[in-house]
Design a binder for this molecule. Structure first.
Ligand SMILES: [Zn+2]
Length: 73
């Protein structure tokens, strides 16, 4: 099954591809998935320097608005 014709698990309508925006350091970037629990950092807010990170793709159902996210390597 390819990502482009994935259907909503709630209502079976079509899902459209997108991503969740992050507003950070004055830039607008796609949201990332980070492994483990968030650790607070004095300098950056959250310490992620040694964590695995993946860009998150989010699909939105055109009928009910359900969001389904994928963080593929
Ligand atoms: Zn739906």
């Amino acid at each position: 099954m390819s990502e482009s014709n994935t259907n909503c698990p709630k209502c079976s309508a079509e899902l459209e591809e997108g991503f969740i925006l992050d507003y950070t350091h004055g830039a607008i970037v796609p949201s990332n998935w980070v492994e483990g629990e968030p650790v607070k950092s004095f300098w950056t807010g959250t310490k992620i320097s040694d964590k695995k990170q993946l860009q998150v793709k989010t699909f939105r159902c055109v009928r009910c608005g359900f969001l389904e996210s994928y963080a593929k390597p």
